[in-house]
Ligand binder design. Structure first.
Ligand code: V55
Ligand code: FE
Length: 490
């Protein structure tokens, strides 16, 4: 891969690779737990061709690749394929980049006007026997879980009206329903939010639309057993700016944040907006739940400004990464009370990539895991990923107030987001799988998939699977058990 700019978006761990492969019988150190049987799907953005204009936001526009690390019978294999989006296929055919800046179609080459420009690079979602590669700026692409072949853009059999669907869906563990939203649902820069429910069989049974207070970057949302919660942080889009060839997103420190709260099976007319602090931003929520008093708690990786340097730069915000006051914050609202008050409590460290057991989605939970930076590290973190710095510490947080546990990596190593694999024994917290990358030279890295006891992360990996290939940083992953993989939808 050549011709890429000398920019951190394309250097070191972020070096474009574009390699499709299948490697079986990977070297395993330690013993793979028998119940880790299934596939760890990972979304890995990887730009196939150099950009034709300057765009720091292109770090989010890498062509989606799907990586599958398969476990079974004490063995592991790894597989990598491009998602053959309309965009990727058009660029392969042309032998060059045809699409311009991150989420600005007015900067595209004229021949791709009206072509779907999503890159399906953010989360592999499994639901009702289907594997979907998602990105918030468009509709998902369906991928075959066994062959990794792209089956095409997916609209729930023609039922989806929204032009977009989030990469952060929420699945209720009891009903099996998938809850999702899409923003800019009725077009570029629109305030329209779509809210949808897909039943356990994969049928889109409800889609309602409502307006956000302003057009905001809405990366994630949450559900509880009775509510759907839509957070709005003041990173906004403007159609005129896009038409002028500008940035999709500008962050505003002086604008209110909001939390939209509605009964999850209710009407959008019942949605109420609660007012949050000005200028804050969050990409990922850990969870949300209702307590015995009916209060709603909403736990999120919050910071005082947008975590992406390219967005702060475009917004003229001089804050550095270490000045963002990151924290795991709990917002509490009373859906039965008058007014629009949100109360905030700090319940955990700065960091991101929060993970909980799928069985606790929308319910009170005892523990969660997240990535953070070792406060005692001496020296710079590994460069890479969209923020430019990779996390080097995994934490297990006890939400009941017990002490946290930490797994600290040595200098030069970093974590990609873990997935949780449940254990059969209810007394065991299960396993975490995470790709760990280690710098070997200025431009070379080694990679392993670690299997970690989720209840005892401080003990380190119980098994390490070597991946003898180059890998770019992953965005999100999804665990699909062998049992689930046995039921692929038509
Ligand atoms: C994020 C990632 C994206 C994106 C918007 O992690 C936000 C946050 C990989 O693409 O388009
Ligand atoms: Fe995300």
């Amino acid at each position: 891969m050549s011709g890429f700019p000398q920019h951190p978006n394309y250097l070191g761990l972020n070096r474009p690779l574009g390699e499709e492969y299948d490697l079986r019988d990977l070297p395993v150190e330690g013993a793979l737990p028998a119940e880790v049987e299934g596939t760890f799907f990972r979304a890995v953005p990887d730009p196939a061709f150099p950009p034709f204009l300057e765009d720091a936001g292109a770090v989010l526009s890498g062509d989606g690749m799907i990586s599958a690390i398969r476990f079974g019978g004490g063995r592991a294999s790894v597989h990598m394929r491009y998602v053959n989006t309309a965009r990727h296929l058009a660029e392969v055919k042309a032998g060059q980049t045809l699409f311009g800046k991150y989420r600005n179609p007015f900067t595209d080459r004229p021949e791709v006007e009206c072509l779907d420009r999503t890159v399906a690079n953010t989360t592999p979602v499994w639901h009702a026997g289907r594997l979907l590669m998602t990105k918030e700026d468009g509709r998902p692409y369906r991928v075959h879980p066994a062959t990794l072949e792209t089956l095409g853009s997916y609209d729930f059999g023609g039922a989806l009206k929204s032009e977009t669907m989030t990469a952060h869906v929420r699945i209720d563990p009891e009903t099996g329903e998938l809850f999702f939203f899409g923003y800019e649902a009725s077009g570029l820069a629109s305030r329209t939010i779509a809210y949808g429910i897909v039943d356990k069989q994969g049928k889109l049974v409800r889609e309602q639309w409502f307006d956000a207070p302003y057009c905001a970057m809405m990366h994630d949302f949450t559900i509880t057993q009775n509510y759907a919660l839509f957070p709005i942080y003041p990173t906004t889009c403007d159609l005129e700016r896009l038409k002028d060839g500008g940035e999709h997103w500008i962050h505003h420190q002086d604008l209110d944040s909001w939390l939209g709260v509605m009964p999850r099976y209710g009407e959008v007319s019942e949605l109420r907006w609660f007012r949050g602090p000005k200028g804050v931003s969050c990409y990922h929520m850990m969870n949300a739940f209702e307590d015995e008093q009916g209060l709603i708690h909403f736990d999120q990786c919050l910071s005082d400004s947008n975590a992406f340097p390219f967005i702060r730069e475009a917004s003229g915000i001089p804050l550095q990464q270490w000045e963002l006051n990151g924290r795991l914050a709990r917002w509490t609202v009373d859906p039965k009370a008058e007014g629009d008050t949100i109360t905030e409590a700090v319940i955990g460290p700065p960091g991101d990539f929060p993970v909980i057991p799928a069985a606790r989605q929308g319910r009170r939970y005892d523990h969660g895991w997240m990535l953070t930076m070792n406060p005692e590290r001496r020296g710079p973190p590994v460069s890479g990923g969209p923020v430019g710095a990779m996390f080097d510490m995994l934490m297990r947080l006890d939400m009941r107030g017990g002490p946290p546990q930490a797994l600290v990596l040595p200098m030069g190593s970093c974590f990609n987001e873990p997935v949780h694999v449940p254990a059969r024994d209810p007394a065991h917290e299960g396993w975490l799988l995470a790709v760990v990358s280690t710098q070997a030279g200025p431009d070379s890295f080694s990679h392993e998939c670690w299997v970690i006891d989720a209840g005892n992360v401080a003990a380190g990996a119980v098994a390490k699977v070597a991946i003898p290939r180059n890998l770019r940083p992953q965005v999100h992953g999804w665990w699909v058990s062998a049992e689930q993989l046995a039921h692929v939808a038509e």
